[in-house]
Write a protein that binds this ligand. Structure first.
Ligand code: SR1
Ligand code: MG
Length: 429
């Protein structure tokens, strides 16, 4: 994308400085309203970033609105004691471009990118809200399972060696291989820190006993490290890298995926596992948000979303396998072209079965790190009563342990829904 701003040393934007800094950028002025209709000084600017890392502004003018996202040279959640390179903005920009190509309409349109200033100007999504917030509020959104199942299947298949030209994929893999600091965050915060007394960890007070048990659980620690090994070494496809319900914006009819700054070439199952983990956590958190059993239907809805997301992912992945398998892996010359369509179906079964198993492992550790690690989620954190929060987090932790450790022996979503219900209702412990 063309860079129009004069090069200058990185400077964090503020509500006050943003109009002067971006007012002369044509791509922004033509979207929001340029100096003729609307001097930059009359833009309405709000900082709305509530994530762990970046600044996010909404800019409104006479013609329209835009979102300006800027990386900071440190982790916002922790402060400047934890430096983090600005180049994550470069990876986010490149991931957004690829995701739009692979699943058109699934991500916000990008209007402008300034690499030195680590800022991306993108489409303002309205009246969209963050999916996590909607689920906390008990909203049953009708399309998320379909849209997210399609998004994961399309982006993960089309970014892999099942689909891409091999030289192009290797060049892309090399490009994203430099996103090391963000991978390092995931490697530590997701796969290791939750399983020992890491300095930045925290958990709800009533969980001390269970947390001690989990940290002494050899099978669980080995499972988590096995998943870390797969995460770090299986460069299968361009993953979003942080696909939780806070990275999705929704209306009743539309779903958009945001924030792919953690993108890198990793395992297909990582995005799927992270996403489903966040639906399961939403399920276990519902008791903390309900009055008089009012979330019964929401609980059924969430287990339905998990099952449908997986089914849509699997069906679309199979569809792409049969119609777009143009990459070097499982090439048609070995199967269809020799009249062995069944061979291609066999290979598909092997691949999807592997994704299923690894998805369960990734989901289990994602649940643990959101309850035991540094970066918690609002599903549980907004439950103010600590005893009630611990009662919601306890079955979630046990569910996470069960699926991570037993991932090779779990057959179906039915089985998982039954297990989630039994744990949530206190029928098993
Ligand atoms: C220090 S960053 C903590 C978490 O925030 C991001 O959204 C990722 O999930 C990361 O693990
Ligand atoms: Mg994020």
């Amino acid at each position: 994308m063309q860079k129009t701003a004069p090069e200058m040393e990185f400077k964090a934007l503020s509500v006050e400085t943003l109009p002067a800094r971006l007012g002369s950028v044509d791509a922004v002025a033509s979207l929001v309203g340029g100096p003729a209709e609307n001097s930059p000084g009359s833009w309405k600017v709000r900082e709305v970033g509530d994530g762990n890392l970046n600044l996010v502004f909404i800019v409104e003018g006479a013609k329209g609105a835009a979102v300006v996202k800027q990386a900071l040279p440190y982790v916002r959640l922790v402060g400047d004691s934890w430096p983090l390179p600005l180049k994550r903005s470069f990876f986010e920009y490149h991931a957004l471009i690829r995701q739009e190509k692979r699943d058109p309409g699934s991500v916000p349109a990008v209007h402008y990118f300034d690499e030195e200033q680590a800022l991306i100007v993108m489409e303002f999504l309205s009246p969209h809200v963050i999916l996590r917030r909607a689920l906390i509020d008990g909203r049953e959104l009708p399309n998320i399972a379909r849209d997210l199942g399609l998004f994961t299947a399309r982006t993960l298949f089309r970014g892999s060696d099942f689909s891409m030209e091999h030289r192009e994929r290797k060049a892309d893999l090399a490009l994203f291989a430099d996103n090391t600091e963000l991978c390092d965050i995931t490697e530590n915060l997701v796969f290791t820190d939750p399983y020992f007394e890491a300095p930045m960890n925290r958990h709800t007070p009533g969980l001390d006993g269970l947390v001690g048990e989990l940290r002494a659980d050899r099978d669980l620690k080995v499972a988590a490290q096995t998943m870390k090994h797969i995460f770090a070494s299986r460069a299968e496809t361009l993953v979003h890298g942080d696909l939780h319900s806070g990275s999705v914006m929704v209306t009743d009819s539309e779903t958009r995926i945001i924030d792919p700054e953690f993108a890198f070439y990793g395992p297909i199952a990582f995005d799927v596992g992270m996403l489903l983990a966040n639906f399961w956590m939403s399920y276990f958190s519902q008791r903390g948000h309900e009055a008089d059993g009012s979330r019964t239907s929401m609980r059924d809805y969430l287990l339905g979303v998990v099952e449908e997301t997986w089914n849509v992912f699997r069906a679309e992945f199979a569809n792409l396998w049969r119609t777009e398998r143009t990459g070097m892996l499982h090439h048609r010359c070995l199967y269809e072209d020799r009249g062995d369509a069944l061979g291609s179906e066999q290979a598909l079964n092997h691949v999807v079965h592997g994704v299923w198993t690894d998805m369960l492992g990734f989901a289990g550790v994602e649940i643990h790190r959101r309850i035991l690690g540094l970066a918690h989620n609002a599903d549980f954190e907004t439950i103010e009563d600590e005893a009630l929060r611990a009662r919601c987090e306890t079955p979630a932790l046990k569910f996470g342990r069960h699926i991570a450790v037993n991932r090779n022996h779990i057959q179906s979503m039915d089985e998982l829904a039954r297990l989630a219900r039994l744990l949530d209702e206190g029928e098993v412990s």
